[in-house]
Design a binder for this molecule. Structure first.
Ligand SMILES: NC(=O)c1ccc[n+]([C@@H]2O[C@H](COP(=O)([O-])OP(=O)(O)OC[C@H]3O[C@@H](n4cnc5c(N)ncnc54)[C@H](OP(=O)(O)O)[C@@H]3O)[C@@H](O)[C@H]2O)c1
Length: 311
């Protein structure tokens, strides 16, 4: 969703400087990105395209009311937008994250395009409606692109309400989430019985459980997939500290482990978007770089998986 203020800013920006200047944003940081094309994936139900790297906000944006820290997170978010990011994922479960997103968005002084994704997370139906209203206020948006039922909590009731909101055109897409390999059977059951636009679950080079059935089912049912915990909560980097990237990956322009992990995920045909979370603008840069350049095919992805297993 582009808000009005930024739509004007964006149009002006592109009119004045042309599309190539958008690309030049990156050339200041690293000339490799000036000519490359961002990787976008199609939302199966509508054909809308979104960048394949989004941003998670659990813990990382739950920073309370500390103005200095909110400014730091604004820099992280600015980097995300500079590299063409759009999808931000949050939840009322993430403490002050939604409020902090709203504060950061207010401070962003460059053109950006937002795909807003939050969740409803409560066993109580009435409270769920209140929670959604609150999310609109905290993010300071008048429309959500996506609202998901967090961890399948009270999904029957919340989905009914979300369908109603979709009919009223207050939200565009509906989804459900799970993580850590939990409740895959139930998730698949809901995917089969309900008309969903999105499903979110954990998928990364270490946790490949979703390869058994979930990814295939999502692909078959035209449900777009958001991969959460792409770095297994950050623990993937424990395996790679002081380890060199393999030469065959470097040869393809993969120059950091974050890109190695993220390219593995987003090159899967059933994946629409991965949502790494970070507090660090330099890490954000590494994460966003994975959307550019070479994309692994099936054979290459298997090679990545085997290599990681041996670390
Ligand atoms: N059920 C659900 O709906 C559900 C469950 C879990 C997660 N999620 C969503 O998925 C998002 C991502 O999952 P997550 O936050 O658990 O974990 P994650 O994204 O797998 O890992 C986050 C950790 O990775 C580190 N990191 C990020 N980029 C890095 C880089 N380039 N180099 C080194 N370290 C890096 C971060 O530390 P630094 O801050 O130092 O960069 C942070 O500690 C969540 O934020 C949330 O939005 C949803």
């Amino acid at each position: 969703m582009i808000n009005k203020r930024n739509l004007i800013k964006t149009s002006l920006f592109f009119t004045l400087f042309g599309i190539s200047s958008f690309k030049n944003l990156f050339s200041e940081n690293n000339s490799n990105y000036s000519k490359s094309k961002i990787n976008k994936k199609v939302i199966a139900k509508t054909g809308q395209k979104i960048p394949s790297i989004g941003m998670g906000t659990w813990l990382t944006f739950d920073v309370g009311h500390n103005t200095k820290t909110i400014l730091k997170r604004t820099e992280v978010l600015k980097k995300f937008f500079e590299y063409g990011g759009e999808l931000i994922d949050s939840s009322p479960m993430y403490g002050t994250s939604e409020r902090v997103i709203g504060k950061c968005l207010e401070k962003i002084d460059i053109p950006y395009k937002l795909f807003s994704a939050t969740k409803v997370w409560t066993p109580n139906t009435w409270h769920g409606k209140k929670q959604i209203k609150n999310s609109f206020n905290l993010w300071k948006v008048n429309k959500f692109d996506l609202i998901q039922v967090h961890n399948l909590v009270n999904y029957e009731e919340h989905l009914e309400n979300l369908y109603e909101l979709k009919r009223s055109k207050v939200i565009d897409y509906i989804g459900i989430t799970t993580s850590h390999g939990w409740r895959h059977e139930k998730t698949m059951d809901i995917m089969k019985r309900y008309n969903l636009d999105f499903v979110q679950f954990t998928y990364n080079i270490f946790d490949v459980e979703a390869e058994k059935y979930l990814l295939d089912l999502a692909y078959e049912k035209n449900i777009s997939v958001i991969a959460n915990r792409p770095f297994q909560g950050g623990s993937l980097f424990n395996y790679t500290s002081n380890k060199q990237l393999p030469v065959w990956a470097k040869k393809e322009g993969i120059n950091n482990w974050a890109s190695f992990f993220l390219k593995f995920i987003i090159s899967h045909p059933a994946i629409t978007c991965a949502i790494p979370a970070t507090t660090n603008a330099l890490h954000m840069e590494e994460n966003m770089q994975s959307m550019y350049g070479f994309f692994p095919d099936k054979k290459f992805r298997e090679k990545m998986k085997s290599y990681f297993k041996e670390l």
